[in-house]
Design a protein around this ligand. Structure first.
Ligand code: ATP
Ligand code: MG
Length: 348
């Protein structure tokens, strides 16, 4: 029998999930779940992690645990197939992090590009909370506790997974083969690796307020799309326009399917032709934005409707999460026992 495939991913409950999460990670999880191409799938809501940069705002984190759970269910994550749990309810993760801390140097953490850019994004340069700084270590605990082989995430997480792999190798080298080395599973579409924000900034992120949320109402989606960043040099319809760095086209790369042309823009056979026309000149931003709006409305409508249905019974969501936490905790406890045995700290 080949190595069993165990999937693990999570999200920070710092806001509702957005279309960047959808193409960067969520959609992949749903596809993997439906293909049944794995033996276990764990999905966690990283509330302890979210508190590291929201320590004075616990209510925000608490509320968003439910929002994120609703987003999961709305996208089609099925709690009978995936274990959905809340990070803070698994104390074994803290214990694992504590032991992993001795396997990582401060300078290695400082070099982690994700840590660097997230610190910059939050203006933390002068005073970084230690808990935030050690984020890659706790993430390594999250991944290894569930013996995850596969972590489907966006490109921003690549340095995190690399650091987790280093911790696993170091641990196994010192204490003997105990932990499983995880692999990252990136989106196969380049536009989905790191979806830019509607403002054209490098990454759509809850913390930057440049998002289209999965729960967004139709009018709001349209408003955000119609005011999206395009090519600032494309002033008149007849001017040649740029595709590179043009957020509307990046979104089309991420979301547009051939059938969308038949439905909403039959004068063009495909995206390549639409791009060519824009580059030549003679195609206005408004037309392209309207096309993108039709596509996004079509994708988000069923998600929004399912979300509304699930939100009618919040106690049922808490029940589902509690069950998930019990399953997750048993698995993490198993791994922790292996770790302590390997480290010779199992006395009784
Ligand atoms: P925060 O600003 O609180 O960090 P976030 O919007 O960056 O929130 P996370 O919870 O940090 O979201 O990320 C969860 C998952 O979604 C990760 O797998 C990450 O790679 C993916 N992801 C987040 N934003 C994007 C994006 N813009 N494009 C592609 N993937 C993304
Ligand atoms: Mg993030």
């Amino acid at each position: 029998m080949g190595k069993e495939k165990i999937i693990l991913t999570g999200d920070r409950p710092t806001g509702r999930l957005h279309i960047g999460h959808y193409v960067g990670s969520l959609k992949r999880r749903v596809d993997l779940q439906n293909a049944g191409d794995y033996s276990k799938m764990f999905i966690f809501i990283a509330d302890s992690q979210a508190l590291t940069d929201n320590i004075d705002n616990p209510e925000k984190v608490r509320q968003n645990v439910i929002e994120v759970a609703l987003d999961y269910l709305a996208c089609g994550i099925d709690p009978t197939k995936a274990t959905i749990f809340i990070q803070s309810q698994i104390p074994e993760l803290c214990e694992l992090s504590f032991y992993y801390m001795d396997l990582v140097s401060v300078s290695r953490l400082q070099r982690n590009p994700t840590v660097k850019s997230e610190i910059q994004m939050r203006n933390f340069e002068a005073s970084i909370p230690v808990g935030f700084f050690t984020y890659p270590i706790s993430q390594a605990a999250d991944i290894t506790a569930f013996r995850a082989t596969t972590v489907p995430v966006g490109e921003d997480q690549e340095p995190m997974i690399e650091q987790a792999r280093e911790i696993v190798r170091r641990f196994n080298y010192i204490y003997g083969e105990t932990l499983v080395e995880p692999e990252i599973l990136l989106p196969d579409n380049a536009a989905c690796l790191r979806l830019p924000g509607t403002d054209g900034k490098a990454k759509m992120s809850k913390s930057l307020g440049n998002c289209i949320y999965l729960s967004e109402e139709p009018e709001e989606i349209q408003k955000k799309i119609m005011s999206m960043y395009t090519d600032p040099g494309h002033l008149r319809v007849q001017d040649p326009g740029k595709i590179e760095g043009n957020t509307v086209f990046t979104y089309l790369d991420a979301f547009c399917l051939p059938e969308h042309f038949e439905r909403y823009l039959p004068d063009y056979p495909n995206l390549a032709e639409l791009k060519a026309h824009y580059q030549r000149g003679g195609l206005g931003d408004v037309k392209v934005k309207r096309f993108l709006n039709s596509i996004m409305q079509e994708i988000l409508e069923p998600i929004r409707n399912r979300r509304k249905e699930f939100s009618k019974d919040i106690p049922a969501i808490y029940d589902m999460l509690q069950k998930g936490c019990e399953v997750a905790r048993a698995t993490a406890a198993d791994t922790l026992a292996d770790v302590k045995k390997a480290m010779k700290i199992n006395y009784f």
